[in-house]
Design a protein around this ligand. Sequence first.
Ligand SMILES: NC(=O)c1ccc[n+]([C@@H]2O[C@H](COP(=O)([O-])OP(=O)(O)OC[C@H]3O[C@@H](n4cnc5c(N)ncnc54)[C@H](O)[C@@H]3O)[C@@H](O)[C@H]2O)c1
Length: 355
Amino acid sequence: MKKQLSTINYQLSTMRTIFVTGGAGFIGSAFIRLILEETSDFKIINFDALTYAGNLENLNGLDETRHKFIKGDICDKEAVLQSLPENSEAIFNFAAESHVDRSIASASEFVLTNVLGTQILLDAARAKNIRRFVQISTDETQGSLPEDSNSYFTENSPIQPNSPYAASKAAAEHFVRAAHETFDVDTITTRCGNNYGQRQFPEKLIPLMIANAMNDEPVPVYGDGRNVRDWIFVEDHARAIWLAYLKGKAGSSYNIGARNERQNIEVVKSILDALGKPHSLIKFVTDRLGHDRRYAIDARKVETELGWKPITTWEDGLQKTIRWYRENQDWVNQIRSGAYRDYYKNHYGMEVGAK
Ligand SMILES: NC(=O)c1ccc[n+]([C@@H]2O[C@H](COP(=O)([O-])OP(=O)(O)OC[C@H]3O[C@@H](n4cnc5c(N)ncnc54)[C@H](O)[C@@H]3O)[C@@H](O)[C@H]2O)c1
């Protein structure tokens, strides 16, 4: 990671401010760690509402002289305007309701944060003369690809979301585009595949499987388990976002993927094998409504235009991730003993973390 970032020659001597929303979540906190470690002239304002998915423990050990946390909601225009310094270098918008299953149960919160919240940030960017706006989007805005095909999402693939989560992120992408076209806001949109790594909330596939398996609990797999996702290690995603910010063309979008397609069932078996747990823990459950079959990303644009390549292989990334969850069982257990238990019981009809 160091190599690619250190090739970028930072000329400025004074500290520059970037405003990161959702930085107490999984990817936002990994991004902040990367910037603090790999650069020396950026300081970060981390603006996060601390929803169920936000966790201050994700920020433990950060250099507080360069990182300031502000608890705030991106839908609160006054709070955003008060917290965002005039002439900041950039806004990186990670804040979102991010779980597809929750969006199927109730979509309104997704419309509020993911759509209205993004528009409020775009307005704030104009009001405060922010140099660049980076919207962290997802491959899910481009819908689902056929199984066993050679088709991939490119930057020119149509936006055709299928889940309420994806629809809200797609709407946000449109507002970002509109801000660029109408008001000449300098925008970048990144669309990434499924992330995995340290500090991911255990409702998502990989940490859910690790946490349940570590506790010898059934691991629920949707449908036939053959849905395909294009997995990327979170630090590789964070680095691609940073390069898109530094080198991307205003108004452009960048699809980010590590060319790592896997069926869910293959991912689950790899995790069980790595933990030395039996495959009999696998429990097939009723499929998710409208479950997208396959995501796969054509990463040629980020590779050629930005000079980005993933550094972490799937095998190393999975080992690192499993090790982190093993060594941070308090982090996991704290979540599994709270409101997450009720959510899990409602959703899967099974107990979790009861011990
Ligand atoms: N996880 C993935 O695989 C993936 C893939 C591609 C893109 N993305 C996108 O990356 C971003 C981050 O995803 P993540 O997995 O880290 O999500 P996450 O759910 O772990 O974190 C989201 C963070 O946003 C905060 N937040 C939520 N609503 C807010 C609001 N109204 N105001 C301020 N803060 C708020 C939460 O407190 C939390 O800290 C999201 O925009 C998501 O759509 C995620």
